[in-house]
Design a protein around this ligand. Structure first.
Ligand code: SAM
Length: 245
């Protein structure tokens, strides 16, 4: 395959699309299937109306929301993901788009979602501003993200070759990280938690829910990775009713 440059490759997402679709399957990867979907759906179901899923990938979560009666739109910059989403859900609404510049009118959605996509969005501050703009006053923004602790660290062998340690370094320095797993090779951004929180607060949003989901079964060896260190965060931010669109 001809090598694409970083911008055309959307930070690895175009050339990783096949591997991503395979890793997600029908039910999501292990973290989504085992505990993240439950955390996100639990909050989504408190709401009703029209949703926007930003960075929807191949559309799995948008399909799930529709099973629960929501109607809405999924956007993603990767053509292959949008085509796959349309193939799997011909009646659904999936469009090419980026989080930093949404093509929707102000106050178009009751529930705006970013499910593990903020870490992939280069200008996350612009994206949060846009998310706020397109959400209706009184509506909510529901986010699942990797914690800043997780994106600043990596697992390393213990000093004597025994056991693994999670080592965090340069926590306060925002930066791009190359992440490679299961044939996927993409850029993720590390930002300290305060950078995200400040961006939501600066837009006048109110934090209504904050949760650090963990796997339910501690006997599953895969759980260890997400209970020993802070892995994921789920946040729900409300756009105040009195805020102008
Ligand atoms: C880790 S995947 C998550 C996909 C899906 N939300 C899920 O949970 O299965 C991140 C997604 O963000 C998308 N993405 C990358 N840059 C983006 C941008 N600037 N705006 C919106 N989405 C972007 C990628 O194409 C990819 O589909």
């Amino acid at each position: 395959m001809e090598r694409l440059n970083v911008a055309d490759d959307l930070n690895g997402w175009v050339s990783s699309a096949d591997a991503w679709i395979a890793s997600i399957g029908e039910d999501g990867d292990w973290t989504r299937r085992t505990f993240l979907d439950a955390a996100m759906l639990g909050r989504a179901k408190v709401h009703e109306g029209r949703f926007l899923d930003i960075g929807c990938g191949e559309g799995r979560f948008a399909r799930k929301l529709q099973e629960f009666g929501f109607k809405g739109v999924g956007i993603d910059p990767v053509d292959q993901f949008i085509k796959e989403a349309q193939k799997r859900d011909p009646d659904g609404d999936y469009r090419i788009g980026i989080g930093e510049k949404l093509t929707f009118e102000d106050a178009s959605f009751d529930l705006t979602i970013s499910y593990l996509s903020l870490i992939d969005i280069e200008d996350f501050r612009a994206a949060i501003k846009e998310m706020t703009r397109v959400t209706k006053p009184g509506g909510s923004i529901l986010v699942a993200n990797l914690t800043g602790h997780f994106t600043a660290g990596k697992w390393e062998r213990g000093e004597h070759g025994d056991g693994q340690k999670f080592v965090i370094d340069n926590y306060h320095e925002e930066r791009a990280n190359r992440e490679v797993w299961s044939g996927i090779d993409v850029i993720n951004w590390h930002r300290p938690m305060s950078a995200y929180l400040e961006a939501f607060l600066t837009n006048g949003l109110i934090l209504r829910h904050f949760f650090e989901p963990t796997p339910p079964d501690q006997n599953d060896p895969k759980s260890d990775r997400y209970t020993r260190v802070p892995g994921f965060v789920v946040m729900e931010w409300e756009k105040p009713k009195e805020m102008k669109a």
